[in-house]
Design a protein around this ligand. Sequence first.
Ligand SMILES: [Zn+2]
Length: 128
Amino acid sequence: MPFICENVECRAVLARGQVRSAHEDKGWCFYCPDCKARNELKDIGVPGSTVELIQPERSDLPHKVIATARPLQDGTYAAQLRVQRALSMKGTYAVEEHWEQLGVFIDAQQAVAHAKSIATDLLAKARH
Ligand SMILES: [Zn+2]
């Protein structure tokens, strides 16, 4: 099974050959080649024998959130949001929710900020 970067902004799916595992004071880990985030690994191999590394399962699965602003013809911007929910198995995303237009803003940055604040609410609800 591939490793998946736990950084919610990244969530890179990495073949084992793509990552170099490292043994540090805190234990095994790898650093994501895309975003450099530290990802924890667990050695499930036989002690004293071969090392077999797996990624520990997390109960709160990461989500990927993409907030964008789409320019409209009248010069305003529509806030858009895509939220990808991970499968409980490692792999690709199970569900993608997609909002085309969450509101119209004069400024692109305001539109993105609005989409992000909605994402924060959604993810907070999903965790509880
Ligand atoms: Zn990453």
